[in-house]
Design a protein around this ligand. Structure first.
Ligand code: FMN
Ligand code: FE2
Ligand code: FE2
Length: 405
């Protein structure tokens, strides 16, 4: 197995998980996910972040450790930046193999070690700015970064190598294979990971965007030479790229995002789609790029990623039992929970006898701070007049998006 040296004393170990099981029980990972851990060596040895017993991850971690001539029993300190079970699920088994290693986390993190894993001894609480001297001149510093992703989260900093061990922050979906560093991936692979980073951000991190901004400001004074997240690429050539990317994604929580439109639509018999095609013609006339997502056919994970990224949204759905088309209601509920705020939106749809989607949709959008273009609905199949109006609506939304700062 290949070893991934960040410096003489810092190594990246990783396990790739490929599974049909959903991440967090919700989000598909067709291209897998990596669980990255790190070794930092002084006279003592620290392991940063663990794995879950998930599709062979502990064995992969064991093999990666042996590739640097280490075993679990050699670890002196286990640093847990974040207690979510993707990074800690295997903790009780690790403890059995190595009863002497001290487990280090924030106060809230140590509480979770006790409640999740029923471990009561060999625990050390660290606070913001505390250090851990590994001997041989190697000193680690801990910075609390609450809500990135859970309230107990911290990051670990190795000033000597300039490595920031950031756990979920700066992470991505997508398995890594036998390479981990940004300079080892080609352009097409980077394009793939960029998409998976956005999807990971929108699915996992987006509701904590304020905390992402706070953490980036807080860590701004560090001379970061390598960003070492616990999912995805390790950034040693261009660490600024992933930090800037996260800062950009976080800024989209408050205001304009990319000058793009995410179209989310659902239809039973195609009447709504006829109207949507006219809206799309209008958008195309203004030359604004758009993505198109049919629900429920497309999993909301991808819909959410494009909605997060786009300044404009089109919602196209029929009335269903006096209310919204149910898969759209689900998508909007996810948008609300994930703080997809500050969008410009056009809502359209067909109804059969009395409608009802509009009323429920207006109520659902209330909490989202979205700016609507006036909604357009029609009975049954759209007339030529409806189509002309819908085309104009598409142009109106697209113009609003192109004008945005
Ligand atoms: C299961 C079902 C429930 C419906 N509920 C309503 C309703 O409550 N109010 C209404 O005006 N039309 C209702 N309709 C009629 C549809 O809204 C209408 O057929 C519309 O044109 C469907 O658009 P679509 O072809 O894009 O799915 C319902 C249709 C179906 C199949
Ligand atoms: Fe997490
Ligand atoms: Fe994670």
């Amino acid at each position: 197995m290949k070893t991934h040296l960040i410096s003489d004393s810092v190594y990246c170990l990783h396990a790739d998980v490929h599974t049909d099981e959903l991440f967090e029980g919700i989000w598909p990972i067709p291209d897998g996910v990596s669980l990255n851990s790190y070794i930092v060596r002084g006279e003592k040895i620290a392991l940063i972040d663990l794995v879950r017993d998930w599709i062979g991850a502990p064995q992969q971690l064991k093999d990666a450790l042996s590739s640097v001539n280490l075993a679990f029993s050699d670890i002196d300190y286990l640093i847990l930046n974040h207690l979510e079970p993707d990074h800690t699920g295997w903790l009780a088994e690790f403890r059995k193999l190595n009863p002497k290693a001290e487990i280090i986390a924030t106060a809230k993190g140590i509480n979770l070690v006790k409640s999740f894993y029923k471990i009561e001894t060999g625990l050390r609480i660290v606070k913001d700015g505390d250090t851990l001297d590994l001997g041989g001149g190697k000193v680690l510093t801990f910075f609390e970064t609450p809500n990135l992703h859970w309230p107990e989260t911290m990051v670990t900093w190795d000033a000597e190598s300039g490595s920031l061990f950031s756990c979920d922050a700066f992470g991505s979906f997508g398995a890594l294979g036998d390479r981990v560093f940004d300079d080892e991936f080609n352009e097409a692979e980077h394009a793939f990971f960029e998409k998976e980073t956005l999807r990971y951000y929108a699915n996992i991190v987006s509701s904590f965007s304020t905390f992402v901004e706070r953490a980036i400001t807080k860590l701004g004074g560090l001379d970061i030479k390598c960003v070492c997240p616990s999912h995805g690429i390790v950034w040693r050539k261009n660490p600024k790229e992933i930090i800037d990317r996260y800062a950009r994604y976080a800024s989209w929580a408050k205001g304009p995002a990319e000058k793009e439109i995410a179209i989310v639509w659902g239809s039973m018999y195609g009447m709504t789609k006829l109207g949507l095609d006219a809206v799309i013609r209008g958008i195309e006339q203004e030359g604004v790029p758009y993505s198109i997502h049919r629900v429920p056919d497309e999993n909301v994970s991808w819909v959410l990623a494009d909605a997060w990224k786009s300044s404009g949204i089109v919602l196209a759905m029929p009335t269903y039992e006096y209310a919204m088309f149910p898969p759209m209601a689900y998508a909007l509920d996810i948008f609300r929970r994930k703080h997809v705020f500050g969008k410009k939106v056009l809502r359209i749809g067909s109804w059969g006898w009395v409608g009802g989607a509009k009323k429920e949709c207006d109520a659902a959008l209330e909490g989202l701070k979205w700016e609507p273009v006036e909604c357009y609905e029609w009975a049954g199949a759209p007339t030529a007049e409806d189509l002309a109006a819908l085309e104009a609506k598409g142009r109106e939304l697209a113009k609003l998006i192109s004008k945005e700062q």
